[in-house]
Write a protein that binds this ligand. Structure first.
Ligand SMILES: O=C(O)CCC(=O)C(=O)O
Ligand SMILES: [Fe+2]
Length: 394
């Protein structure tokens, strides 16, 4: 063993200690009693493991321009091999990385609470420009095609073949589809509201944890639940409209069992963020709706499925159509090409099914290890042990 290998070996062990200590700190979820109570904002959970890759992306991406999350092959490599390939070689490099990791664990530990605090502050002191956007979801804000497709999907005789006739199939192999979601008027109103919020001096919870692979190139985001838009808009959209559709399109990804989400709006503009690196989402399924404004460039591109064995797959490019939404599996590798001109705002809804992710974390493919958090957390749940009525035992 040469000196370098010795050093890496020692650091590798230190690294594992950090990983073990961190277990239980990153993937967040919530405790539910079965059957899950929709919208229940019970105490929730954190866990770990993505921690490792997420942090690597944060720190080493800056140095070597890579993006570990977009590269599933790293799962077969040892930590030291990966670290080495990313330019983490000297003892100082390792120390710096460990310090960053500790900080990142702390940051993630506080995420839920900080988000809840921002939400409370916004609720008490923000005056919306478009209060109508906060009204309980009205059918009139949805594109007629979207309503009809959801209605068909929820009908007793619906099947996949029938549904596919109502959607635009962008890729049969990748299972990526598109359909109109919102009216132009609603997209405009939402944009006006988001622009108004952006101008306010209220705190904004961005970038979110999942876009930390992007570092400097991650787009600006507004988290819809902090604005108070989950309850009136996103939750009913998921429960009444998206779930029936997803149940037919992606049954094995929990399409029929969606029980939480993370919804945010990404913004790309000249002089700000212009593109998004290739990644997969912390979601079983994703809806991405183009809201506007006028722009060129910024197409989405889709590669293979990250959990599938590496196969040669052609990249699919998808141009945005304002008002229309793209449906894809969260694990489908994707990114956004650079914006040409104008501003691009998209609503992204990461849809989660706890019954699926509780078995394997979709980010690291390991069973999650959970700790309490606020709200939906990262969509994991922990079943409470059944309470035993001692009277019946006597
Ligand atoms: O830029 C976009 O529209 C895609 C954003 C995205 O994929 C994400 O935030 O997960
Ligand atoms: Fe994404």
């Amino acid at each position: 063993m040469n000196e370098w290998e010795h050093l890496l070996g020692a650091q590798h062990r230190a690294w594992h200690k950090v990983l073990i200590r961190a277990t239980g700190l990153v993937n967040r979820g919530r405790v539910v009693l079965r059957p899950p109570t929709p919208n229940s904002v019970s105490s929730a959970l954190f866990s770990s493991s993505l921690f490792f890759w997420g942090c690597m992306c944060v720190s080493w991406r800056l140095k070597v321009g890579g993006n570990l999350k977009s590269n599933p092959r790293i799962h077969g490599h040892s930590c030291s091999q990966v670290l080495r390939s990313r330019g983490c070689l000297s003892s100082d490099d390792f120390q710096q990385l460990l310090a960053e990791l500790e900080q990142e664990v702390e940051r993630r530990r506080r995420l839920g609470q900080e988000s809840a605090a921002r939400k409370a502050l916004i609720a008490s002191s923000y005056r919306p420009a478009r209060p109508d956007v906060y009204a309980p979801l009205q059918d009139a804000v949805l594109a007629p095609e979207f309503r009809a497709t959801a209605e068909y999907s929820a009908s007793p005789n619906a099947d996949l073949g029938g549904l596919l006739q109502k959607l635009e199939t962008l890729s049969e192999e990748k299972r990526i589809y598109r359909l109109p979601v919102f009216t132009a008027a609603f997209c405009g109103a939402l944009l006006e509201e988001l622009g108004h919020f952006e101008q306010s001096d209220l705190p904004k919870g961005r970038p979110n944890t999942m876009n930390n692979h992007g570092g400097p190139s991650a787009p600006r985001q507004v988290l819809l639940h902090e604005l108070g838009l989950d309850e009136p808009l996103v939750t009913p959209l998921r429960e009444r409209f998206l779930q029936p559709l997803m149940a037919l399109l992606y049954p094995e990804y929990g399409g029929a069992l969606l029980d939480s989400h993370r919804a945010f709006v990404v913004k790309y503009a000249p002089g700000q963020d212009r593109e998004l690196a290739c990644h997969y989402d912390n979601a079983e399924l994703t809806l991405n709706v183009a809201l506007g404004k006028a722009f060129t460039g910024g197409a989405l591109y889709f590669g293979g499925f990250f959990q599938a064995p590496a196969v040669l797959t052609e990249t699919l490019e998808v141009e945005h159509v304002v008002g229309q939404g793209i449906l894809h599996r969260g694990g489908q590798l994707h990114g956004a090409r650079p914006l040409g001109s104008g501003e691009r705002w998209n609503l992204v809804v990461w849809l989660r099914a706890s019954t699926v992710r509780n078995r394997l974390c979709p980010m690291c493919c390991r069973p999650p290890c959970l700790v309490d958090d606020e709200g939906f957390g990262d969509g994991f749940t922990r079943e409470e042990p059944p309470t035993v009525d001692v009277c019946t035992l006597t």
